[in-house]
Design a protein around this ligand. Structure first.
Ligand code: FAD
Ligand code: FES
Length: 281
């Protein structure tokens, strides 16, 4: 009874909550991963593929995927690439700084629907951030899936995110990791080319495909897999559109009848294919 009474009330879903930066990991020249602790002590439990609206005081808030381990929600993780004011401010965070975040929002990968089949994850650039939680979730329940392959594309080897984790994954017997870069460096011994050049042969009838990256890369990947016989609804992509509210109220992310913030960001390619050609607000 006492425990019931002293348990903190669940946070309001629209209310920004205060977090403190626990650690900052530089990933590349313009990208960092932030580990955040909630000041109110209530973890932001999330499903792989969901995002939060995140910002530093005075710089506005932007949608950023949650890039950590869904089984460790006490440490909220975001991998942020500096492209404008809000994201650059986040990449300049130091340990102890305050950050506001609200969420989690949106539909995730729903990887459970791929149980008993193979799973192919294809990520390009910063697109590795939204898929890292789903790879961790699949590995946590590895016995539920058949073959699992992660294909990662990057502009150059120095633009690769999570290098130590990729090496750890590559060393596993139960996971295939394929990395390819657009442009190699003298010391690079790996693949050079597009992710579509290194897609593995998997049973198209029993494979769940999860794709995240620049829209053109997602379209080329999904189309290549459809040509191999994967049905579009078995291919999921994570869409990016400008967002303000994150909860289906403001219409900023609306594409036809779809509100990317609540119906997505993860959508089946059967729905996303035509939406991808549409500009948002
Ligand atoms: C669901 C969702 C999840 C996201 N997850 C992440 C994530 O995990 N990590 C992350 O770094 N970003 C992520 N983004 C993108 C991020 O929200 C934008 O980069 C951010 O809103 C830009 O805000 P800004 O104020 O820094 O720049 P703005 O001033 O809004 O934009 C600056 C310039 O960058 C361009 N730009 C805006 N967004 C992007 C983009 N995504 N890629 C390239 N150029 C862009 C603009 O057109 C403009 O020219 C996600 C977006 C969505 C919708
Ligand atoms: S961001 Fe407001 S409706 Fe989607």
């Amino acid at each position: 009874m006492l425990a019931e009474r002293t348990r903190p009330a669940p946070p309001e879903p629209m209310l920004p909550r205060r977090f403190t930066v626990l650690d900052v990991q530089a990933e590349t020249h313009d990208t960092v991963t932030l580990g955040l602790a909630p000041v109110d002590g209530i973890p932001m439990a999330f499903r792989p593929g969901q995002f939060a609206m995140v910002g530093r005081p005075g710089f506005g808030e932007v949608p950023i995927s949650i890039s950590g381990d869904p089984d460790e929600p006490a440490r909220l993780m975001h991998t942020v690439r500096a492209v404008g004011d809000a994201t650059a401010a986040l990449t300049r965070c130091a340990v102890g700084d305050p950050v506001f975040a609200r969420g989690p929002y949106g539909r995730g990968w729903e990887e459970e629907s791929g149980t008993d089949g193979d799973v192919l994850v294809v990520a390009g650039g910063i697109g590795l951030a939204p898929v890292r939680p789903v790879v961790l979730a699949v590995l946590r329940h590895r016995e539920r899936y058949g073959r699992v392959v992660v294909v990662v594309g990057s502009r150059t080897p120095t633009d690769l995110l999570y290098r130590p984790q990729l090496e750890e994954w590559a060393a596993r017997d139960d996971l295939d990791v394929v990395v390819t870069v657009d442009a190699g460096e003298p010391s690079w011994r790996g693949n050079v080319g597009l992710v579509t050049d290194v897609l593995p042969d998997l049973d198209p009838a029993a494979t769940l495909v999860l794709v995240c990256g620049p829209e053109v890369m997602m379209r080329l990947t999904a189309d290549a897999l459809v040509r191999r016989g994967v049905v579009p609804s078995q291919i999921r992509v994570s869409m990016e559109r400008n967002m303000r509210c994150g909860v289906g109220l403001c219409g900023h992310c609306q594409l036809r009848e779809v509100f990317v913030c609540v119906d997505g960001p993860v959508l089946g390619y059967d729905r996303a294919r035509t939406l991808m050609t549409m500009r948002g607000l």
